[in-house]
Design a binder for this molecule. Structure first.
Ligand code: MIC
Ligand code: SF4
Length: 640
């Protein structure tokens, strides 16, 4: 068996490990972050379970840390008190980004983890089987329910050789994105193996598994080996280590090889993470902003490299350069070792350990700016500036560029790479994590005015459904298109009526009004609809506005699960050419649809007397959820 199958088989509670079939997995750990967590805990509360049933559940504050008004702080207090009430560890604002901290302090090789954030697969860097999921799926896992996925293909990524100086782990994942594209990873787990694996530290591995999310992958994973052991020892957590490696004759469903010896520094050009080019081919483009941080590249090693490279140098005067260290541990160690001095002295702006600019919470670049970031997503507008050109790259490329003011290949610019020596032991202070009290039932949950109770949703799919096309979009629509984030909109995550007004705001500013007036809306989309984040608001808000069906060429995994969880019917075109036959404002009749789905018969959508065949690929469990009007209704129904 390979590593992924070993862990799947140990956690399998439903279904068979056959590609394409639904499997249910027992979940050991869950994580939430504040932007998705408030909803997840409101949903958990509605389930009436007195205490979480997982081995460990943790609630992080890292996204909404810009407190320009009361909303985010209201959310933080709610999250702190509800964590104490239900047996959840609470990590307050300032501790750092969920994925970075989880790797440092809580991740355990061989365990399963789901998180209400699409970059939860970061845990694969330490040999966890870790998935991004919607908040409701995380709430269900906390209540002891299995997590359902479609059994993916396991793809072996054979890493040959060793990276040259100034080429980094980021370039490995950018190369994979170049090869496979943003929808190439759907239905796949990428499992890394080969001699190159032994040359990569845990944080480097985590950079790679983190950005597997951009491939649309189910997840990505590295083995747990001596390097993993060393990392856990440095964190004082050697007791959590176990060895998990693939068996010698392990089989895989697909194979890819990447030769590290010949890999060049790479960069993802605007506006997609798979728009990958060689840095040397873009050299000379003038740059306005450079940032090092986010859950992809904010480890201690990334920051020490930053310090060593910047020692005694000054950032180019036309560049605004910022860093956001991934965790309090990283920041503490940087300041303790004096490494922070070099960074501050170079002219850098030091930001809080949080998601910050990655999710448009500050540092929006100037109009038309070119911004180079070590982050994982460069969807149009995500930085907060609509016409900014955002590029994704490694810290090495970011540093060379920050010094010259133009896109620069570090291999051409620097000499020998400084030796990055990490300390023997990391500085550990777990007092920053608040453990739930023993008498948790006494805790009073505080819900400030920003916390709005959950809506009750009625079942959507009547038997004869007449729906109107309220929007038609193309391929690769991300959840940032559907429901943008940023400093203005993120604080409304606990307030569905208010946030719904921003649905598709950047694509069509009249969408929300039109959808509400229509009440029976259908959205027509191209391939990979809903790629990107796990935010269930991208399903909840359309649902609130009366969208009943999304008819697309194909869907991204987490978003598809979210649509079903909130009772929206996801349909796909049988013939992609039919996509062109449907226009905005067309009326579509779906006759007898509920019975047809029940009986597993083909659906024909009737548009102006033309019949179009559409498919649905739903298990009985998913049909029941849709008929009940969503997962919460279904759970309540099955519990009574
Ligand atoms: C993101 O990177 O897009 C986010 C913000 O972390 C999201 C979660 C969210 O929208 O709250 C994600 O990746 O799931
Ligand atoms: Fe936070 Fe950005 Fe990572 Fe999302 S991708 S978790 S916003 S740092």
């Amino acid at each position: 068996m390979n590593v992924a199958k070993k862990i799947i088989s140990q956690h399998l509670v439903n279904g068979k490990m056959e590609i394409g079939y639904e499997i249910g997995l027992k979940i050991d750990q869950t994580l939430t972050q504040d932007a998705t967590g408030t909803m997840a805990y409101l949903q958990f509360e509605a389930m009436g379970v007195p205490k979480v049933k997982t081995k460990l559940s943790i609630s992080y504050i890292d996204h909404n840390t810009l407190q320009s008004s009361f909303e985010n702080a209201d959310d933080h207090k709610f999250l702190q008190t509800i964590a104490a009430k239900y047996g959840i560890i609470f990590s307050s604002a300032g501790n750092g980004i969920c994925h970075q901290i989880h790797l440092e302090r809580f991740g355990v090789p061989g365990m399963t983890l789901i998180g209400s954030d699409s970059h939860t697969p970061t845990g694969g860097g330490i040999g966890m089987l870790a998935f991004g999921a919607g908040g409701l799926d995380v709430a269900c896992a906390m209540a002891g329910q299995p997590f359902y996925i479609t059994m993916p293909k396991i793809v072996k990524v054979n890493l040959k050789g060793r990276l040259r100086d100034w080429v980094s782990a980021k370039d490995i994942i950018l190369e994979l994105l170049r090869l496979q594209g943003v929808k190439g990873g759907r239905g796949k787990i990428y499992e890394f193996s080969g001699e190159g694996v032994k040359t990569l530290s845990v944080p480097e591995r985590a950079t790679i598994t983190n950005m597997g999310a951009e491939l649309g992958a189910t997840t990505s994973i590295f083995p747990s080996d001596d390097i993993t052991k060393d990392f856990l020892e440095k964190q004082g957590r050697e007791a959590s280590w176990i060895r998990i490696e693939s068996e010698e004759n392990a089989t895989y469903d697909e194979k890819i090889e990447i030769n590290l010896n010949t890999l060049d520094p790479l960069i993802a050009a605007p506006h997609m993470p798979d728009n990958v080019k060689k840095v040397k081919d873009l050299e000379g483009i003038k740059v306005d902003q450079v940032g090092i941080g986010s859950c992809t590249n904010s480890s201690l090693a990334d920051m020490i490299l930053t310090s060593e490279v910047l020692k005694g140098k000054k950032i180019n005067k036309d560049v605004s350069f910022f860093i956001s260290p991934g965790s309090r541990q990283v920041l503490t160690m940087l300041s303790y070792s004096n490494a922070l001095f070099n960074i501050i002295e170079s002219g850098a702006r030091i930001l809080e350990s949080a998601c910050g600019p990655c999710i448009g919470m500050g540092q929006a670049p100037r109009s038309n700016a070119v911004s180079l970031r070590t982050f994982n997503r460069n969807f149009e507008g995500r930085s907060g500036t609509r016409d900014a050109q955002v590029y994704l790259c490694s810290p090495e490329v970011a540093l060379a560029t920050a010094l010259t003011g133009k896109i620069t290949d570090p291999m051409n610019y620097f000499n020998i790479k400084p030796l990055i020596k990490l300390p023997e032991k990391f500085f550990v202070d777990d007092a920053h994590f608040q453990l739930p009290p023993i008498d948790n039932l006494q805790v009073k949950v505080i819900k400030g005015p920003n916390i709005k109770s959950l809506e009750e949703f009625t079942p959507l799919v009547d038997n004869n459904l007449y729906a109107k096309v309220v929007l038609k979009v193309g391929d690769n629509i991300s959840t940032d298109h559907i429901l943008p984030a940023g400093a203005k909109i993120l604080p409304l995550r606990s307030n569905l009526p208010a946030i719904s007004e921003y649905t598709f705001a950047a694509v069509d500013k009249n969408f929300a009004t039109r959808a509400k007036l229509t009440s029976n809306g259908v959205i027509i989309a191209g391939e990979n609809y809903g790629q990107g984040s796990s935010r269930e608001h991208a399903a909840l808000a359309p649902r609130y506005l009366g969208i009943k069906i999304i008819l697309a060429k194909s869907f991204a995994r987490i978003h598809l699960a979210n649509l079903i969880n909130f009772g929206i019917l996801p349909l796909t075109f049988d013939n992609f050419l039919d996509y062109t036959k449907i226009k905005l404002d067309n009326g579509i009749n779906f006759d007898n649809i509920r019975n047809i789905i029940k009986e597993d018969k083909p659906i024909y959508a009737n548009i102006n007397n033309t019949k179009i065949k559409v498919n649905y690929n739903l298990t009985q469990r998913q049909k029941d959820i849709i008929f009940a009007g969503g997962l919460l209704n279904w759970i309540k129904k099955t519990n009574n």
